[in-house]
Each structure stands twice: as structure tokens, then as C-alpha cells.
Write a protein that binds this ligand. Structure first.
Ligand code: S3P
Length: 176
């Protein structure tokens, strides 16, 4: 029964979680358009709220401040329904965030191999955690630290070898 395995997201939210460079924002934007749902990007909301770019928030206020702010933004967003929400890659490290996402929607994790993540992120300087001498090692280290959190998602889609269009289709098929 295909239907039984699908998630009923009527009036609920889809949280796209997963590591940087797995395509969350592009997928969320496209899927929201197709499904006529609201597109939300938590990093964008943070930048608007703070009046600073993510790299500046990390540099000027620190990661702990960033995580607190990210948590508050999630609380606000979770009060609304029918949204496709692209979450920052580290949002899963807080158990309250996980509980909130589970209670107010479904969590779909996008994943990719470290080398693919490196290729997709290397030309962009806006990810402070990867602005280091050896980004591929950093990616592997963070993936190791976070893999058990990402495993808490309701669904996982490996995006390494498939196009954006195919990822959108796969997520779309999860939705009633
Ligand atoms: C982070 C991921 C970023 C952003 C911040 C921290 C992380 O979002 O929230 O740089 O800890 O993995 P994306 O996953 O959308 O790049």
C-alpha cells in the first residue's frame, strides 16, 4: 500500500534537514512552488532578524549565539502550517528542535557523500564552518558527529547522484 507509507502533511510542515550542500534550499523552493506551500529558509530569516550575514553572525557573536537564535526562529516558524522549511545543517543538534519538528511536521533528511558536498560548497564562502584549510576533513568530522541526529529523520534521500528535479520528485512522492 503506497498510500499508507506516505506522510499526511495536510496543514503540517515539511522540514528539510541535512548537511550543508545537500540541496535543502533549492529543493524547498521548488517543491513549495509545485505544491503551493510556503517556502521558508531559516538562515534567511536569521539574516533578516539580525541584519547580518550568517558568516558575520558567527564571527561577531559566535556559534552559541547563532544556535540560540536559530532555535527561537524555529519556534516562531513552527507555529505556522503548510510550509516547506529549509533548515540549517546544524539544527538537529538540539533535542528540543528535533521534538518540535517532529510535533509540527515531518523531517526529511537530504544527504550526500563528503566529496559531493565539497564540490557543491567549495565556491561559496558563506558557510563559516567550512571556511577552513581542509574542508573535506571538516565535512567528514561534522558528518560523523551529526550522523546519529540526521538518522532521526522520518525519511532520508541521498542526493549524491541524482538531479535537483529528481530529489524534488522523491520528496513530493512522500506527501499525500
Ligand atoms: C550550518 C549550516 C548552514 C548555516 C550555518 C551553520 C551547520 O546552513 O545554518 O552556516 O552547522 O551545518 P546550510 O545547511 O543551509 O548551509
Amino acid at each position: 500500500m503506497v498510500e499508507a507509507s506516505r506522510a499526511n502533511v495536510n496543514m503540517k510542515n515539511i522540514y528539510l534537514i541535512g548537511f550543508m550542500g545537500t540541496g535543502k534550499t533549492s529543493v524547498a523552493r521548488e517543491l513549495a512552488k509545485q505544491k503551493e506551500m510556503t517556502f521558508v529558509d531559516l538562515d534567511d530569516l536569521m539574516e533578516i532578524k539580525e541584519g547580518l550575514a550568517i558568516t558575520e553572525i558567527f564571527a561577531q557573536k559566535g556559534e552559541t549565539y547563532f544556535r540560540d537564535s536559530e532555535k527561537k526562529i524555529l519556534v516562531g516558524v513552527s507555529r505556522n502550517d503548510f510550509q516547506i522549511i529549509s533548515c540549517g545543517g546544524g539544527i538537529v543538534m538540539d533535542k528540543d528542535n528535533i521534538a518540535l519538528m517532529k510535533n509540527t511536521g515531518i523531517m526529511v533528511c537530504l544527504s550526500a557523500r563528503p566529496e559531493v558536498i565539497l564540490t557543491r560548497t567549495k565556491n561559496y564562502g558563506h558557510r563559516p564552518l567550512l571556511n577552513v584549510d581542509n574542508p573535506v576533513n571538516k565535512i567528514k568530522e561534522l558528518l560523523k558527529e551529526r550522523s546519529h541526529f540526521y538518522a532521526l529523520a522520518d525519511y532520508n534521500i541521498d542526493t549524491s547522484d541524482i538531479s535537483l528535479k529528481e530529489v524534488v520528485k522523491k520528496v513530493s512522492e512522500l506527501i499525500v
